[in-house]
Ligand binder design. Structure first.
Ligand code: IPE
Ligand code: IPE
Ligand code: MG
Length: 255
């Protein structure tokens, strides 16, 4: 399926290895609290987990990894936590961009960047430009991201760029303006930290994604935990609206 097309319009090709994994990295605060440490210590440890998960995804030939780092609702947190998170983000950008590039990783950020410190915006731009032609893994950070924001900004762009009336109001037209239009829809969604909710992450793109929830807190999420999620994915039957019998027939026809 060409990128940007929609699973509700065309049945995507699927395989035993997910092409795109999207993760809500949750549980940093609780991890720190369990150790009588400040919440930011959990976030710091969470950055270490990100490094490990990128490495594991590359070893497994996964093409797209999308991580939810800061939601449009996370501004509601105490000011000092938000400030620390921003410092951590800036520090990680400064340290990691060259390493990502050396590893052949394409780096992208999705979300409303207008609220960020100009220094953060600058590093994001440098990182995206430097790594734009890399093909090994597309690593996306969702920052000040919200699924509703994404659909709204896509609508606004679609309306603004439509020259002829009546407007072509179909899915194919809209999806090219969604912020993840360069990626296929996620095959596997993982949320750590025990909550079973989407928290305004990729509302549009998760339409037919396989969902996996684990109680493991994000700082404890390691290669073995990723393997468990992939194993769970491999047991799913992705029907996209069809019956199980139809799928079995298609498989035996292929030989
Ligand atoms: C996820 O961990 C990281 C962000 C939302 C930035 P939390 O900070 O939500 O951790 P818990 O859910 O309080 O344990
Ligand atoms: C979701 O986690 C956002 C990120 C991981 C960035 P939250 O911890 O903010 O989600 P809720 O508030 O428990 O739904
Ligand atoms: Mg949380």
């Amino acid at each position: 399926m060409p990128q940007g097309l929609s699973s509700t319009r065309e049945i995507p090709e699927t395989g035993s290895i997910p092409k795109h994994i999207a993760i809500i990295m949750d549980g940093n605060g609780r991890w720190a609290k369990n150790r009588y440490m400040p919440r930011i210590a959990g976030h710091r440890q969470g950055v270490e987990t990100v490094r490990g998960v990128i490495k594991s995804c590359m070893e497994r030939n996964i093409s797209y990894l999308t991580l939810f780092a800061f939601s449009s609702e996370n501004w509601r947190r105490p000011v000092d936590e938000v400030t620390s998170l921003m410092q951590l983000f800036l520090g990680a950008l400064e340290q990691e961009i060259t390493k990502l590039h050396e590893n052949g990783i394409r780096f992208k950020v999705i979300g409303d960047l207008s609220k960020f410190d100009p220094k953060i915006i600058e590093f994001i731009q440098i990182g995206e430009q430097l790594t734009a032609k890399n093909t090994r893994l597309t690593f996306t950070i969702a920052a000040n991201y919200g699924g509703r924001w994404d659909i709204m900004q896509a609508m606004r762009k679609m309306m603004a760029q439509s020259t002829k009336l009546p407007l072509n109001l179909d899915e194919e037209n809209l999806v090219q303006y969604l912020s993840l239009s360069y990626a296929p829809e996620p095959d596997l969604f993982i949320r750590t930290g025990g909550e079973c909710r989407i928290s305004n992450f990729l509302l549009w793109q998760l339409a037919y994604t396989e969902l996996y929830f684990t109680n493991t807190l994000w700082p404890d999420f390691d290669e073995h935990e990723l393997e468990l999620a992939i194993q769970s994915y491999q047991k799913r039957e992705r029907r996209f609206g069809r019956t199980s019998e139809q799928l079995q027939r298609a498989i035996s026809a292929k030989g």
